[in-house]
Design a protein around this ligand. Structure first.
Ligand code: CDP
Ligand code: CDP
Length: 228
């Protein structure tokens, strides 16, 4: 193969993808590609422009013209769309509530997947999202499917919100939002959230970020040790 290895990490919201992927990228010296941030940035742009999110031709036009830049060295990852820094804006509850509807549109996926594949052309990348192992990089050397119960994922989110001083949302509400997004992401017709047949599933309930990171690094070395 004339590229460096690729590591694909998929799973539902709150499974630990972003946190673990960042650590894995640092430890293995790989480029970190957060594809969820790209879908969030496009969603922010659509909301900002005031067009109807269901107006697919109008969304398509915006997406085709937009330029996304990632700054993976920053924590949290920096992201710019059309030159504007939207790192904080893409995490808003409004973007979170609308991102699955935007991400289900074929033209949006086509456009972003092309950019993701270009990013991974030379390899040396760890990418995380929903369709990395199934669709974006189907020939990745290692595919991980990270999961955790809805309860655990909701508790993690709540803790995260509390730490940011945004504790005004109940656990029940978070659970409901997460379950709804899981459903939308798993049932859409194009590239739904699904474990690739050759992916290794890691159930992370009760596991620390460090334990999950260690496990993935071990698997990565196993899978790539025969490559030169
Ligand atoms: O961080 P969190 O798990 O909340 O979500 P994210 O990874 O930032 O992704 C936000 C949304 O983008 C997901 O709920 C999906 O609707 C969409 N997404 C996608 O469709 N395909 C990807 N490869 C990544 C994200
Ligand atoms: O990217 P994704 O939505 O899959 O999850 P994340 O944003 O990386 O993680 C969600 C929250 O869970 C973060 O606050 C992490 O610090 C936390 N987490 C955890 O407590 N234990 C893990 N094993 C993984 C993540």
């Amino acid at each position: 193969r004339n590229r460096q290895p690729i590591l694909a990490i998929d799973g539902p919201a709150g499974a630990g993808k972003s946190t673990v992927t960042r650590q894995v990228a640092e430890r293995l010296n790989l480029l970190f590609l957060d594809t969820g941030a790209m879908y969030r940035a496009v969603t922010w742009l659509v909301l900002e422009s005031g067009i109807d999110i269901e107006d697919e031709p109008a969304v398509a036009e915006l997406v085709h013209q937009c330029q996304i830049e990632l700054v993976p060295q920053k924590d949290p990852l920096g992201i710019l769309i059309n030159g504007r820094d939207v790192t904080a804006e893409i995490r808003s509850s409004q973007v979170t509530a609308n991102v699955s509807a935007i991400a289900a549109q074929p033209v949006v996926r086509q456009c972003l997947v092309e950019q993701q594949q270009a990013y991974g052309r030379t390899g040396g990348v760890v990418a995380e999202g929903r369709d990395i192992g199934t669709y974006v990089f189907p020939d990745a050397e290692l595919k991980i499917f990270l999961t955790a119960s809805v309860k655990e994922r909701s508790q993690r989110r709540q803790l995260e919100l509390q730490q940011k001083g945004l504790a005004d949302i109940s656990l029940e509400q978070i659970e409901q939002e997460i379950a709804e997004r899981d459903h939308k992401d798993s049932t859409r017709s194009i590239a739904p959230l699904r474990k690739a047949p050759d992916a290794i599933e890691i159930q992370t309930d009760g596991l620390t970020i460090e334990q999950v990171t260690e496990q993935i690094i071990r698997l990565y070395h196993q899978k790539t040790s025969h490559l030169t």
